[in-house]
Design a protein around this ligand. Sequence first.
Ligand code: ATP
Length: 300
Amino acid sequence: MSITVRAPAKINLHLGVGARRDDGFHPLVTVYQAVGLCDDVSVTPSPGWALGVTVPDWMDVDAIPVTGDNIVDRAARLLAQHHGIASQASVSIAKSIPVAGGMAGGSADAAAALVALDRLWQVDTSDDDLLRLAAELGSDVPFALVGGTALGTGRGELVEPVPDRATWWWVVVPSAQGLSTPSVYRRFDELSTDTPGEPTDARAVLLALSTGKPEILAGALHNDLESAALDLRPDLADLLELGEGVGALRGLVSGSGPTCVFLAEDADAARDVAARLSEHHDVVLVTNGPVAGTHVVTYA
Ligand code: ATP
């Protein structure tokens, strides 16, 4: 038996970050959108545990932790523990989501692993339990399960779908060098000493989504982590300016970065912007959203 499960990357259309709490977490109000850049996790039965990773030629395979430290190992152990069974499978991750790029690629793999192993082990985990286990694995993992467009609160782990009937076109420019999310939050704390406890609300983005008009969404996109990411990686400001100069409606650092995303008017405009950015950057991807959350693609 072989089961392949696909999980999407996310873009934060709105990322409001409140002051660091005593427990070390930052409260968030975010609007996630799942986009068509996806990782696949395939599982087959095995008497032990084995994990392999394949990557596209532009990605550095050494940036991805091997067995033991991969988030997929943690997802498997957590699910196995929950059901009181042994964590046994042969697992293969096919990456397409930039690593340490602010698009929640590790979270997508964890979500895909939960769903794939639930099927392989035939343990019928309830949706509520899957969401709870996902939240234990990371703040972005529940959204990777749900997909679409959703409001995230708490640490981002409490997700509630929001209506989004349009298709939005994005140009994605990953960076050869990743940024660690904790280091971006540290810089955020250093740069903004008077951050209010309550994160900025997402009203403008939610309203913009309801219009279906890309030029209105472009004006509403918001990322409180952007200045911290730009402070750590000043080259990204040039990239954002370049993208907007060649026709993107708006450029934005994706989550904690360093991936930059550019909203385009439509599919043709996205391809034009991508072609112009390709003159300066090796890897430029075109995608759209919202797309489905974690789902089974083959079951054989
Ligand atoms: P987020 O936006 O959720 O903060 P990210 O997209 O910036 O995350 P990830 O690609 O999820 O970053 O990777 C963060 C770190 O997690 C990596 O630097 C890597 O060491 C570790 N990691 C563990 N498992 C994986 C995995 N399956 N894929 C990618 N990174 C992984």
